[in-house]
Design a protein around this ligand. Sequence first.
Ligand SMILES: Cc1cc2nc3c(=O)[nH]c(=O)nc-3n(C[C@H](O)[C@H](O)[C@H](O)COP(=O)(O)OP(=O)(O)OC[C@H]3O[C@@H](n4cnc5c(N)ncnc54)[C@H](O)[C@@H]3O)c2cc1C
Length: 457
Amino acid sequence: MNDPRRYVVIGGGLAGLASAVWLAEAGKQVTLLERRGRLGGRTHAVEVPSLHDLPDNGQHVIATGYDNLFRYLTSVGTRQHVQFPDRGILRWPGGRTAVMGTKGLPALRSLLGAHPDMSPVDRARAAVATVRLGWQCLNQPADLAELTTDQWFTRLGMPAKAREALWDWLALGIAAEPVSQGSAKAFADVLATGIRLGIRHREAVSIGYPTTDLDTLFVSGAERVFERHGVQVRHRAVARHIHIENGVVTGVTLVDGEVVPADAVVCAVPNSSIAGLLDDLPEHDEIYAAADKLGFTPIVSTNLYLDRPIGTKAAMEALIGGGGVIDEVFDRQRMHGRNPLDNWLYCLTTSGAYEQIHKPHHEVVDEQMALLRRYYPQARDAEVVHAQVVPMPRATFSQVVGTEGLRPPQQTSVPTLVLAGDWTSTDWSATMESAAQSAARAVELLLGLPAPQSISN
Ligand SMILES: Cc1cc2nc3c(=O)[nH]c(=O)nc-3n(C[C@H](O)[C@H](O)[C@H](O)COP(=O)(O)OP(=O)(O)OC[C@H]3O[C@@H](n4cnc5c(N)ncnc54)[C@H](O)[C@@H]3O)c2cc1C
């Protein structure tokens, strides 16, 4: 029998898109409400009309362990647009580089000491500390949630050079917070997930990237699914309140006063937008307080179109050193097979960008160009053809010490209302996989509801 229930998904980011796609695949009637004029949330392309190019709001990398994200990409038909390279590059000022293996034995070697200047003693110490770190990820010390990653690395005896070349950078990438603030537990939890997935897949987790823009990767395919299954997508539909009567969801009020009828809702908005939506839910105070405490961390992305190539050796390069925040440089020619005549696109991403986020765009561009010139000899005379700065003050929720246990589960006390979004409780930090995993769990809960006739109206 057809399910007559109306499923409403609030939020058209990855969590909402995946929820809507999977509900539609299951044959449900779905309406997707998105506040903005476009879908994609924090993963989207930003057009540069003057150059007919489509860079992203920020370079996104993908891990082999992103099982739910791959399920989504398979559903929307874009799985082929993700690639996993064999290596990345670590780069020091002046242009010195070291290869960082991302697969198999080279990856293991990098894990145990990627810095070219490490002495044999340091390498041995790094190996011991790394084994200890892996063990403590799976068997966590009771006080881990009280430690920053910095304190944890010190306690593990991780040598400074191993930290500089790998661990501090990895921790910053995973928690989007500098090691002086990032929670050791949040980092350890993600590594534990990676270790478990590596064992399950019999292959260590490695890092890759999309070979196309984020709209093509995440949005266009979803729109095709929506069209095929009759999903109603409403742009500029800002949800204000989810109505619950007698323990069941009845509708969603938009800011203009319209009520969208609903029998089940996936609320897939970020922690910054949750306030007010759940007022009818008995545990709303607790969820709002957690959303507030989780806070935000800023990321600044800079897309630099230069008049010449700068001499990268790999698609992904990490710049080591500097004032604590380490930048990553992504070569879109290598990643996307871009074959430019007169401009070369390099995407730089600064996580935990507490200083940069307040700077005027021209200052950010000047700083990033100075950085490229310091690290890439070929960039010394390069000119900027076009620059685009994308500041994201609320890029992700923050995983500093003290945020342990705050992320709410997808299930609520009202069976027809579920939560999704990267900030809800998952096996990952604030990532696309967290968004996709939260959607998988939210949809599973709704698909497990009793048949329609036994639901009271
Ligand atoms: C610059 C940057 C780089 C990143 N790099 C990586 C990376 O390399 N790897 C990785 O895995 N992750 C990365 N992330 C994180 C990743 O992008 C996010 O974790 C993920 O996209 C979050 O998806 P989401 O659906 O949970 O939230 P969102 O994408 O924020 O989607 C929520 C949606 O809800 C809508 N909305 C909000 N309120 C309402 C309302 N009241 N009514 C209707 N709609 C509403 C919003 O407009 C938005 O579209 C990065 C993020 C940024 C910003």
